[in-house]
Design a protein around this ligand. Structure first.
Ligand code: PLP
Length: 434
């Protein structure tokens, strides 16, 4: 009967479910997951896997964490939510205060939304709104051509990757910066002046065309797992200050320990004007994203001529259950030292996997914190490697415009046994395809 019910579930799925980011010829119901615990998940056919991708790169606490689960259940039974445009609830304020506590004093005000894409859209609205409110309207944005900021019409327009491209142009003018070096070269110190030079040109020196903001990810994840050189964020902050433009950091992926720091920008002591975070915030247990802004930006919205505040929000902005999940996730993150753990196991995995570059199939091994990238010769090579790894019980994902980078981003609760499993299965999978 178990086999029959799995087949029924698959048939249902094939007939009615529209899978995100999936070719219609692919059958995602082949990997039908039923439950998880820690960094492991099980499928309906009884196979066990180590999840090397933390669900959607979000499950920093792993699966079925008792503390996060209990916090969610407790909040659900008490008050699932109350509309923040009409009143308030305790978890939202506690979470906003908690985030401010991790950040420099000026970054003290948080607007909550439900996804990284919405966070990005809100950040763009806030950046352009700020300039309007201070009397010098600006709307041009400067971004990486290989950036990924989401799937809504606005966030995808500022993500120029071919897979995300669409024919509708957003209302915001955008200047896109091409990477002046290869993905493998980007992290080298020699690339720093080239990168900063490209951004300086994109920002320009026309006093009538100052950008509203420069908006980047500290690690180009979807763009191919590209590590930027040390000093890049600091240099960008200085360029923005010199030109009087805002720096917006999209830390949807990197925040909450993934980069080996609580926030990637803190590695270089950089303070963005606007910081977007999501994914790890609730460990993905409930959708939530945060847009945290400097005090003066929040205050400028008092000058909005119609409302005297931000004219923006969603039904579920700052959902109480999501905030409760986030507070519990942050408790786990602090108590179990997940930030240090990410740095430790990330460094370990990169050192162990560096040896793979001896094989013809692997062109580079790099990463930041517990985001490790194995770049292969081609998209086909990466696809073959991923298929072998899955057959050997390790779930990974392809990354980059050509899909040739393999991303390893397991839950931050990884331990020595899990790290060993990942290296062993990757080495064997590579031997399978060699
Ligand atoms: N920004 C970055 C850096 C991301 O990695 C993602 C998601 O992968 C997003 C934004 C969009 O977030 P969401 O998928 O929650 O809309």
């Amino acid at each position: 009967t178990k086999v029959r019910s799995t087949e029924t579930a698959r048939a249902r799925d094939r007939r009615h479910l529209w899978h995100t980011w999936t070719p219609l010829t692919a059958d995602r119901s082949e990997l039908m997951l039923t439950h998880g615990e820690g960094y492991r998940v099980w499928d309906a056919d009884g196979n066990e896997y180590v999840d090397g991708t933390s669900s959607a790169l979000s499950a920093i606490c792993g699966y079925a964490h008792p503390e996060v689960t209990a916090a969610v259940t407790r909040q659900l039974g008490r008050l699932h939510h109350f509309d923040l445009s009409r009143g308030s609830h305790e978890p939202a304020g506690r979470l906003a205060e908690r985030l401010a506590g991790y950040l420099p004093p000026e970054l003290s005000r948080t607007l909550f939304v439900n996804s990284g894409s919405e966070g990005f859209d809100a950040a763009m609205l806030i950046a352009a709104g700020y300039w309007q409110h201070v009397g010098t309207p600006r709307s041009r944005m400067v971004t990486f051509a290989l950036g990924y900021h989401g799937a809504t019409l606005l966030s995808r327009d500022l993500s120029a990757l071919p897979r995300v491209a669409h024919p509708f142009r957003s209302p915001l003018p955008v200047t896109r910066v091409e990477l002046p070096v290869t993905a493998a070269e980007a992290r080298r110190p020699e690339s720093l002046p080239l990168l900063l030079d490209a951004f300086e040109k994109a920002i320009g020196d026309d006093p009538d065309d100052v950008p509203a903001a420069v908006v980047v990810e500290p690690f180009l994840n979807v763009g191919g797992g590209i590590v930027l050189p040390p000093g890049f964020l600091r240099g960008l902050r200085d360029l923005c200050d010199a030109r009087g433009t805002l720096l917006v950091l999209d830390e949807v992926f990197t925040a909450y320990g993934r980069s080996g720091r609580m926030f990637a920008c803190r590695r270089e002591d950089v303070e963005p004007d606007i910081l977007i975070t999501s994914k790890g915030l609730t460990s993905g247990y409930v959708p939530l994203a945060a847009v945290t802004v400097q005090q003066r930006i929040h205050e400028s919205f008092g000058r909005d001529p119609i409302l005297g505040g931000i004219r923006y929000g969603h039904t579920n902005s700052g959902h109480a259950v999501a905030c409760a999940a986030a507070l519990a996730t942050l408790d786990v993150l602090d108590r179990e030292n997940l930030v240090a753990r990410a740095e430790h196991y990330g460094t370990y995995l990169r050192a162990r996997l560096a040896g793979l570059t001896g094989a013809d199939e692997v062109t580079d091994v790099r990463g930041t914190g517990l985001a490790v990238v194995v770049e292969t010769r081609s998209g086909d090579t990466a696809a073959a490697l991923l298929a072998r790894a899955q057959a050997r019980g390790l779930l990974l994902r392809p990354q980059g415009p050509e899909g040739k980078a393999v991303l390893i981003a397991p839950p931050l609760i990884l331990d020595a046994e899990g790290a060993e499993f990942i290296t062993d299965r990757l080495e064997r999978s590579l031997a399978d395809i060699a």
